[in-house]
Design a binder for this molecule. Structure first.
Ligand code: CA
Length: 224
């Protein structure tokens, strides 16, 4: 996976590049928008990590440059600006995620991996978590290479959890997708679908399981 990293703080740029390279990423780091524009014109990047305060411009303009030039790589904004306004502006301008400085290296690599899993990141339509893989085009779920049969509703729940693996998915979010199936709410209840899905995952020896965060939502993560 090749990552474009735009950051004018040389010390931070070096740390992140080394940290990500030990995680198996290839990182091209540049300190100015001008250099980054040349890089993205000539190379296909799987994701872009972008600082906003750059010596020759605002990082948000780089996103505009990318979109104007039909570059669809997902973008993660990395910045010390913590105002809600900046966050909204960043996401409105077409960034896919947002991470505040200071940050932990693990958090950054986890967020980049999450971006790469997103089908709209243009990389793949196959989601994977542990030994589960989910082909979002053929709607096929496999555990350890074996296809498992689950209902479309359970599939919808699983897809949402896998798209945000390791992060919490609010119960309301899951519920709003289930309403689309048009049945009685009682049949569609999130709890019932989670419970059936959880059983199927256990029966099929999945290496990940669904955790309940009472009153908040659900999270898919590796079993302890
Ligand atoms: Ca900066």
């Amino acid at each position: 996976m090749r990552i474009l990293f735009i950051e004018d703080n040389l010390r931070l740029a070096t740390l992140v590049r080394k940290g990500m390279e030990t995680e198996g990423f290839t990182v091209d780091a540049f300190g100015t928008m001008a250099d980054a524009e040349v890089a993205i014109d000539t190379t296909n990047y799987d994701a872009v990590i972008l600082d906003l305060g750059l010596p020759d411009g605002d990082g948000l303009d780089f996103i505009k440059y990318m979109r104007d030039n039909k570059k669809t790589s997902p973008v993660l904004i990395l910045t010390a600006r913590d105002g809600i306004e900046d966050r909204v502006k960043g996401l409105n301008s077409g960034a896919d995620d947002y991470l505040l400085k200071p940050f932990a290296m693990e958090e950054l690599t986890a967020r980049v991996r999450a971006l790469l899993r997103r089908p709209d990141g243009g990389i793949t339509v196959k989601l994977t978590s542990g030994n589960i893989s989910f082909d979002t085009t053929s709607r096929e779920v496999m555990i350890d290479g074996e296809v498992i049969k689950i209902s479309p509703r359970e599939m919808s729940v699983l897809e949402q959890l896998m798209r945000r693996a390791g992060r919490v998915v609010a119960k309301d979010t899951i519920e709003s997708k289930l309403y689309g199936f048009g049945d009685e709410v009682s049949i569609n209840s999130v709890e019932a679908n989670i419970s059936r899905l959880r059983k199927r995952l256990v029966q099929s020896n999945a290496s990940v399981s669904i955790h309940t965060l009472r009153g908040i939502g659900y999270l898919l993560s590796e079993q302890e």
